[in-house]
Design a protein around this ligand. Sequence first.
Ligand code: GLU
Length: 480
Amino acid sequence: MRLRFAPSPTGHLHVGGARTALFNWLLARGSRGAFVLRIEDTDRDRSRPEHVDAILNGLTWLGIDWDEGPYFQAAGVERHRADALRLLDEGRAYRDFTPRDEFERARDAAVAAGKGAVTRLSRELAARVSGAEGARRAAAGEPFAVRFRVPDGETSWRDLVHGEMRFANAEIDDFVILRGDGTPTYNLAVVSDDADTAITRVLRGDDHLSNTPKQILIYEALGRPVPEFGHLPMILGPDGKRLSKRHGARAVDAFQAEGILPDAMVNFLALLGWSPGTDEEFLSRDELVERFSLERVLKKGAVFDPAKLFWMNRRYIAGMEAGELGAALREALERDGVARDGISLGEEAFARMVTALAPRSRTVAEMARLARPYIGPVREYDAKAARKGWYRDPARTVAVLGAVRDRLESVPWEAGVLEDELRALAEELGVGAGKVFQPLRLALTGSGASPGIFDVLLILGRERSVGRLGRAVGRIAEES
Ligand code: GLU
């Protein structure tokens, strides 16, 4: 099996494109076939090299590797043209010299006269110019479009997703394959390229369904084997409307920047319109390659729910080996510039932090945000937590935190001991443990929420904990 992904570099790799790429890749890998990458860059105005880079980077990040290419469609223009001219030579296409406005006038008149289909109007108008005259005008340099002469009958195929598909040829316009400026149109270029690279199966979005009969007609006219076709269901937002930015659908690289893991993204994309046939939701890449098949692709639209992606990602994070997760976190911290001067924590404290933060993080980026107070200084204290935990009774807070600091200066720095000592201290002070832990948490992390307070102490170490307590006490005394 030879499959391909053929993105147009007019933007970043979006969820829909990534899903198309993934399904093709899964079929190629599962059948030991080939996966070809072709960049469809014939739209000069909208194609950008930076979009090519973004698409290649997106695929690489997802682990979707290709066996051939990237081929660039624009490099094949001479071949596309040759194919069009061959069809012209063989009478399967014709020259159209009719100016656009003249065609439109004729069409309006035909419609006004109650003529139903006008799909052969171009042909009728073009027939006013004899073959010999057409050749003479073309040789004299007059521009003309080349239109495909749609034959009578109907065009059908067994779609790998939708089953039997049938189009009456009478409803298909004699479409342009070569424009007046000599550039090939999409339908011609795609067929020419897919035939040239011997693609056996074309799997793409539903939005191309109406192109398929035209492409089949071109294959047949060129005498090339027609590949199999499958059209993937549209991706919808949770409200059932066509997916858009409004639904939180961003380019794949935005999810990458947010700390989604590639395996989670691949797992999530695989379930956009496909199901393993059971209620399993977590499938590794290898399982997907083994189990993916088009029989289980749904015909109806697939719903994209970003909350589900983040939920899945959390599970992937929880399942990651600690060393691997630590490495991903270091990378994110360095990228964010939090750890520009290296990470101040020792190995053991860093590992403890990773373990403590993992269950609280939906993404590695979120984990990096949560890690800030352990890596860098605490500059701000959460105002709401401070009002509640510090300023209701500032004098008592100063007394409690002062006592905690004194105790922490001397106790052995071990989890069990710290807990016993702080609970004993609360009792001595005649306050509940929460009245000690909450103000302490805020002093140490700047926030009202954190992993367990003893973990926080162990991550920060004695010196930094005591220093932060001193600073917090100074601040509370100053502000009250
Ligand atoms: N370049 C087309 C697109 O991005 C895809 C063409 C195809 O898959 O046949 O929509």
